[in-house]
Design a binder for this molecule. Structure first.
Ligand SMILES: Nc1ncnc2c1ncn2[C@@H]1O[C@H](COP(=O)(O)OP(=O)(O)OP(=O)(O)O)[C@@H](O)[C@H]1O
Length: 306
């Protein structure tokens, strides 16, 4: 594993990577590092290359240029890396005629770290019938089986590709609660690709945001929660707040609501005193300020980064 500086150990390192299909590139010049441990959301528009990137990290898809390493080694077709990585989720195909229970046994045979007791416990929490064939599962039940295998495999690098697809609200709660509990009890690095950031907001540590073709930015969720604010009020009051903001921060986005306007402000570089005085100013002006929802913060930062 790489020591980026004196403190951060990275498990996945992409440096100027190009990935595509045939001669068509999907991602170009992608440079990103993923720290060892924690849950990281991979976010980007449809077709931006999230699944392709996860497949490359899992050693299932060859990169076309640059350097991609997982545990300091190129992952493609590399058994030593692939034995420590699991990729499960929406686009992962499993043998359709096999029953859920059999697929768990395949997982147990595939990964030395697989915990069958945990797999059975998760299946019960999801209320998943393991005696049905995979082809007989609904979309949500297929997702549940994928999540069960993905978590029970206990791989140091766990990749979950849109694992919530088709899950009802109660099962989504199980997914995120059990994911967090599992990672706390058995620390590992999880990358979770998602279009539903707010759903995952409570359990993720950072976001990796890709745009069309490359990385837009990465950010710690704690930094976003503290430093990206949403301010709502009548337009003239928002104008006054933006004027007061000066060089303390940046206006990432501004939108009209019915009779009001809302701005998303990036104050991540500001001192605690500067942030305090902006809150005071907002109160004086009668502008409602709050931490921006994670989804709003990421969307605004992505718009700003493009
Ligand atoms: N097997 C393939 N052969 C050729 N092109 C492919 C193949 N798989 C994916 N692509 C193309 O690669 C691009 C990225 O696809 P990918 O599935 O990685 O995106 P994604 O970000 O996961 O999308 P979504 O959010 O819609 O799931 C898309 O333009 C897609 O059409």
């Amino acid at each position: 594993m790489n020591h980026n500086d004196n403190t951060v150990i990275t498990v996945i390192n992409a440096d100027d990577v190009t990935i595509g299909y045939g001669k068509t590139p999907v991602l170009t010049g992608l440079s990103v590092t993923v720290p060892d441990g924690g849950i990281h959301a991979l976010v980007g528009p449809n077709g931006s290359g999230k699944t392709t990137l996860l497949r490359s990290i899992a050693g299932q898809h060859e990169t076309n240029g640059g350097s991609l390493t997982v545990f300091d080694a190129p992952p493609f077709d590399n058994a030593e890396v692939m034995d420590r990585v699991v990729l499960m989720g929406a686009d992962v195909s499993l043998p359709r005629t096999w029953k859920g229970r059999r697929l768990l046994e395949i997982g147990e045979a595939r990964w030395a770290t697989f915990d069958m007791a945990r797999a059975l416990e998760l299946a019960e929490l999801f209320d998943l019938d393991l005696d049905k064939k995979y082809s007989e599962y609904s979309t949500g039940q297929k997702s549940m089986l994928q999540v069960v295998i993905g978590l029970a495999a206990r791989c140091p690098v766990t990749l979950l590709d849109e694992p919530y697809l088709g899950l009802d609200i109660e099962r989504r709660r199980v997914l995120y609660t059990e994911l967090r509990a599992d990672v706390e009890q058995h620390p590992r690095t999880v990358i979770l690709s998602t279009h539903q950031l707010d759903d995952a907001a409570a359990v993720i540590d950072s976001v990796i945001v890709i745009g069309s073709r490359s990385l837009l930015f990465t950010a710690e969720v704690a930094d976003l929660n503290e430093g990206v604010l949403s301010a709502t009020g009548p337009a003239f009051r928002i104008d006054a707040l933006v004027e007061a903001l000066g060089s303390t921060g940046t206006v990432l986005a501004r939108e009209k609501l019915t009779g009001q306007e809302r701005v998303i402000l990036d104050l991540r570089g500001a001192t605690a005193d500067a942030i305090d005085s902006l809150w005071t100013k907002a109160r004086e002006l009668g502008v409602r300020v709050q931490a921006a929802d994670l989804e709003d913060a990421v969307t605004a930062l992505a718009g700003d980064a493009r």
